[in-house]
Design a protein. Structure first.
Length: 140
């Protein structure tokens, strides 16, 4: 009897996990149409509120630049509230460089394209991910 109960519990758990996997198969395609040069690459990061600019992002991607355009696709994205940041890593050191006064040396952008003075703000950059794939355009 215990074996049967264990088997049923495992079967139900497996079914739930498979259902969860199909729900987490959303893609977000991000395009930056106005990269100022073909030098370096554009680095992208996908965040939720907990990780936004503080911790390791949910996903990171790197794109080459072709004719002033950089495009990547985040795959297996879960539903929820997310934000995207990106910057043009001209020198290839894979980190954003700053002037001594704290101003960025490299162009950057965030989802929703709300660029204010200072670092990006979660409330300005966030967007909802539901059950459909999304295309996002970020201007730098």
């Amino acid at each position: 009897m215990k074996t049967l109960a264990l088997f049923i519990a495992l079967y139900i758990s497996n079914f739930c996990l498979q259902a969860q996997e199909t729900q987490d198969n959303i893609t977000i395609t991000v395009t930056v149409p106005n990269v100022t040069s073909s030098e370096g690459a554009v680095l992208f990061a996908l965040y939720n509120e907990e990780t936004f600019l503080k911790r390791t992002p949910l996903q990171e991607k790197k794109s080459t630049i072709t004719d002033g355009v950089a495009t990547i696709t985040f795959t297996k994205v879960s539903k929820g509230t997310l934000a995207i940041t990106c910057f043009h890593d001209v020198n290839g050191n894979e980190q954003m460089d700053f002037e001594p006064n704290g101003m960025p040396k490299e162009n950057y952008g965030v989802s929703n394209n709300n660029m204010t003075y200072g670092p990006p703000v979660w409330s300005d950059a966030k967007f909802e991910v539901n059950s459909e794939d999304i295309d996002v355009e970020i201007r730098m």
